[in-house]
Design a protein around this ligand. Structure first.
Ligand SMILES: [Zn+2]
Length: 90
């Protein structure tokens, strides 16, 4: 993956993360407030989106790191690991 497309993905994921945090907060608070089961489970759904977004951000940040002495060939393999994990989750 090129640096540019990685940056675009980071921006898109960060944007989605903000939206999902807002949505989860709204749905959960209105769900609990109005005792609406459907809203609460919808909010929990948004929370899991938040969790996945944070994971993607963390791994993409890690994957763009320069090689260090623990990982002389760089950190790109973490990116592959992430897609593998996401493939299992979905
Ligand atoms: Zn390392």
């Amino acid at each position: 993956m090129t640096k540019e497309s990685r940056k675009e993905i980071l921006n898109a994921v960060a944007f989605g993360l903000i939206i999902n945090i807002l949505l989860a907060t709204l749905k959960l608070s209105f769900g609990f407030w109005g005792n609406a089961q459907a809203l609460v489970s919808d909010g929990v759904n948004s929370l899991s989106d938040v969790f996945i977004s944070i994971m993607i951000l963390a791994v993409l940040k890690l994957a763009t790191k320069k090689p260090d002495h623990d990982h002389p060939y760089g950190h790109e393999k973490y990116e592959g690991l992430l897609y593998f994990l996401l493939g299992i989750i979905f």
